[in-house]
Design a binder for this molecule. Structure first.
Ligand code: ADP
Ligand code: MG
Ligand code: ZN
Length: 488
């Protein structure tokens, strides 16, 4: 009998002080291999249903699995990037019946996983332990038709086996997370690491990355772990955060009321903003694990492991530190985190190399470029750098430079000066600007006398006049510098 809290979207509001949240995440990551884990079928999202299938991934009698070498290599990359030990491992059969799993068992790893005992640092510095990162195959996908897509009300169900047998790595964290914000930050950072290894495309919206959250609460300061519930079905970072908050509040309310938490699997309902009991927690013995007799043990040679470790590209934390060192910005600042997450840090390094302002590069990338990534033309790094130089030399105003950048992103192009000229942003030479400033001073002698006598608030008056006199082409920073120079 599960002890249900009332099903309501209204926040449960027991006093959360005195309680501590404990969260451990299980992240399933689909590997970007060309083919499936144990057969040659294509591993591809979005193909017509049941077109990427064969006797092996359909579990037909007499078919035999052959392991995909690239999947093993990707799994090792993930483990090594998370500072795990790569160990000799074996596969087990995890037996359960579900229509999307044609063999009635899933080939997975159990007590001898390939990667053991690592860690991941969050951008803020908190270190989260990684228990294991093991290999397994994905299941197919069931769609319930009619009745709002819920199995109980559906008219019938369809099953697509394209995903059955797609290679996965499941990354299991230690229960080291203490807030929903940390949980989101962990998934975000893990996603960047997975993408950096090349093993995954990290797309949560296409299901390449799926997160289950184990949540418990305990009296603050207690060393013992409380009873956990496992929450499934969050498909964005936002729902992950909401689900954890809801679930912790539900457990606190229950315990504050003298009840107890029952260990179970709960389903996150996005529309209602609640979790509901799905099934009582299976124990390992429910799955009748036994070693997969059709596969030999997996024991990558030391030289293979070393080669994979050697070839790993720099991970996001190291890249953020590099951007920080090159620009003087804080490596944990939002803009630096964003630039590295979006894989744009090579633009910063290129800009710094040609002597452009690195901090300005980060700002433009984290704002204009980040906002135009979808469907935009690839940005030419050289054009980006030249544009930064035009802006810092005062040949384009900030507003003009941002507009030129937006054009480069939407229409492509390799010559920012030409784009600026086509927009009528011809460079305003320093001499022309000086003439414009002098003209405005001459036309407003009374105001100038007051400004010269120290009435600083008149600076805005003069800037406005120069802006009007130059039809908006003047760089305002340069104008204020000239005004100060003339006054001195
Ligand atoms: P299971 O197969 O039971 O899901 P796993 O080992 O796959 O077990 O995953 C257990 C997950 O639950 C890990 O991420 C672990 O950190 C987390 N966890 C274990 N105990 C607790 C707890 N008391 N509160 C929160 N999370 C926990
Ligand atoms: Mg689990
Ligand atoms: Zn197949």
């Amino acid at each position: 009998m599960s002890t249900e809290a009332p099903a309501t979207d209204a926040p449960l509001s027991p006093d959360p002080s005195g309680w501590e949240m404990v969260i451990g995440l299980e992240v399933h990551c689909e590997l970007r291999t060309a083919t499936k884990l144990f057969c040659g079928c294509r591993n591809e999202f979005g193909s017509p249903a049941n077109t990427n299938v064969c006797p092996v991934c359909l579990g037909l009698p007499g078919s035999l699995p052959v392991i995909n070498q690239m999947a093993v290599e990707y799994a090792m990359r993930i483990g090594l990037a998370l500072h795990c030990h790569v160990e000799p491992s074996i596969f087990h059969r995890k037996n359960y019946f579900y229509p999307d799993m044609p063999k009635d068992y899933q080939v997975s790893q159990y007590d001898q996983p390939i990667n053991l005992d690592g860690w991941l640092d969050l951008p803020g510095g908190t270190r989260i332990g990684i228990e294991r990162a093991h290999m397994e195959e994905d299941t197919g996908k069931t769609t319930h038709v009619g009745g709002g897509g819920r199995i109980h009300d559906a008219g019938y169900s369809l099953v697509d086996y394209n995903r059955a047998g797609v290679p996965l790595v499941e990354i299991v964290s230690r229960p080291d997370l203490r807030s929903s914000a940390d949980a989101r930050s962990y998934v975000d950072e893990l996603r960047s690491v997975l993408v950096a290894t090349g093993a995954s495309d990290g797309k949560m919206e296409e299901g390449s990355l799926r997160v289950d959250a184990n949540v418990s609460v305990r009296a603050a300061g207690s060393a013992e772990l409380g009873t956990r519930c496992e929450i499934k079905n969050m498909n964005s970072l936002r729902s992950l955060g909401r689900a954890i908050e809801y679930e912790a509040a539900r457990q606190i309310a229950l315990l504050s009321d003298g009840g107890r938490v029952v260990q179970e699997t709960r389903h996150w309902n996005e529309a209602e903003g609640t979790t509901r009991s799905m099934r009582s927690k299976e124990e390992a013995f429910d799955y009748r694990y036994f070693p997969e007799p059709d596969l030999v043990p997996l024991a990558p040679s030391a030289s293979w492991v070393a080669a994979v470790a050697y070839a790993l590209p720099p991970m996001p934390a190291e890249r953020r530190a590099r951007v920080a060192a090159a620009t003087g910005l804080d490596g944990d600042s939002d803009s630096v985190v964003t630039v590295v997450r979006l894989d744009l840090d090579s633009f910063v390094m290129a800009a710094v190399d040609v002597g452009a302002d690195g901090a300005l590069a980060v700002r433009r990338l984290a704002n204009e470029v980040a906002a135009h990534l979808d469907g935009a033309r690839p940005l030419d790094p050289d054009a980006f750098c030249r544009l930064l130089l035009l802006e810092s030399q005062g040949k384009l105003t900030t507003a003009q430079a941002r507009e030129v950048l937006r054009r480069l992103l939407s229409q492509g192009g390799s010559d920012p000066a030409a784009v600026a000229a086509a927009l009528g942003f011809e460079a305003m030479g320093a001499g022309d600007l000086g003439d414009a400033v002098d003209g405005v001073i001459a036309a407003n002698p009374a105001e100038w006398a007051r400004f010269a006598a120290g009435e600083d608030k008149l600076q805005g008056f003069f800037i406005g006049k120069v802006k009007a006199a130059t039809a908006g082409k003047a760089d305002l920073k340069a104008v204020s510098a000239l005004l100060r120079e003339r006054r001195a």
